[in-house]
Each structure stands twice: as structure tokens, then as C-alpha cells.
Design a protein around this ligand. Sequence first.
Ligand code: GTP
Ligand code: MG
Length: 206
Amino acid sequence: MQITQAKFVISNSDYRKCPAPVLPEYAFIGRSNVGKSSLINSLTGHHELAKTSSKPGKTQLINHFLIDSGKGNWYLADLPGYGYARASKSIRRSFPAMIKGYLAERKNLVCTLLLIDSRLELQNTDLEFMRWLAEKGLPFVLVFTKADKLSTSQLLLHLQSYMESLKEYFEEAPQYFVTSSQKGKGMDELREFLAANMGYAITTHS
Ligand code: GTP
Ligand code: MG
């Protein structure tokens, strides 16, 4: 899938105000600072699209981007990072309700891409989130980020043990992608996945 155009549409704190659910949509989510905005920029080839930051907690709204892929238009939703300890209490509290409301109600959502830092062991917040998605029957895949920060052998070992620890909680291991926004690693695979699943939009949710 070639992404020919990508543009910011709107930011919202309320899923009911998001763009009309008339196009297939993919949501990007993960712990704060996991590299969501960088991944979105690398994936779309538009390096100024999502604001990146070395300070965690930059993205605090549901940000919609309209993507023209040549295979049709779709929405990309950049969701707020969760687990950001330094965000104010009221912001932290509003994250789960806002995110869960969006994910549970968004009719055109094809799949959630849950971003995980390649260097980290399975974190409770991520596991809780995966379990919530699975309980709700919401499709998700894992996207390991910042793969360039590990050597190839470290990465392989780490991923093996990460996926092994998930076996305890899931009968079927989720599909996963290994990426580096800095090196462009895994972007072709991810774009192919998005293109291949676009057709499942809208009809997958009742
Ligand atoms: P919030 O919106 O604040 O939650 O952060 P985010 O998840 O959008 O992360 P962002 O893309 O802003 O990246 C956070 C930091 O990680 C920045 O300093 C990035 O430069 C760095 N980073 C992101 N992706 C990569 C990567 O693939 N490799 C390396 N080495 N660094 C990365
Ligand atoms: Mg961000």
C-alpha cells in the first residue's frame, strides 16, 4: 500500500465528536513515550504529521488523520498515551474512560494497534489493556517499537520471552510486528497489513 496523502483532521476528547464513521479506521495506542507519533510519521511518510516529543504525555486527545492510500481512504486515530505518571490526576483519570468509550463505540474501527517498547518486559498496564480488548472482542495487533535500540539477537530473545509470557493469558498469541521508526523497519509489513484488512471495516461491529 502506497500512502499518497496524509492530513490531520481533528482532535477530540469525546468519541461522539469524532469524524463520521464512514471510512475504515485504525487506532494507535500505547504507553506514553512508546513512539506512537514517530511510528505514525514513519508509516505515512509524513514526518511532520504527528507531533513527537522527548517529553512524555504530548498526545492527550484523540487525533484523527485522513490517509489516502491509493487503495482508498482510511482514518488513522492517534490515541492518548496511557500510564503517564506526571500527567495531572484529572487527565489521568479521564484517559481510560475516553479511550475505552472510543474503542467500544467506534463503529468503523477495523483494528487497534497496540504499541510496545521492544526493550520492555510485559507491563501490567499493557496486559490489562490487551485483556480488556480481548474481552470486548475488539481485534488488536502488537507493534513493537524502537527495535533499533537492541541488537538483532537481543531483540529475538526478548520477543520470544515476551510472546511466551503472553501465552499464560491468551489461547492464541496476538499477531505482532517489529518496527523502528528511525530506520523504517517493519513499515512495509505494517502497511500491507492495514491494506489487507481495510475491507473488514464497518461490518465487523454491530
Ligand atoms: P506521547 O505522545 O508523548 O505519549 O509519546 P509518543 O508515544 O507519541 O512518542 P514519540 O513518537 O513522541 O517518541 C518518544 C521518544 O522516543 C522521542 O524521543 C523519539 O525520538 C523516540 N523514538 C520514537 N521512535 C523511535 C525509534 O524507532 N527508535 C529510536 N531510537 N527512538 C525512537
Ligand atoms: Mg504522541
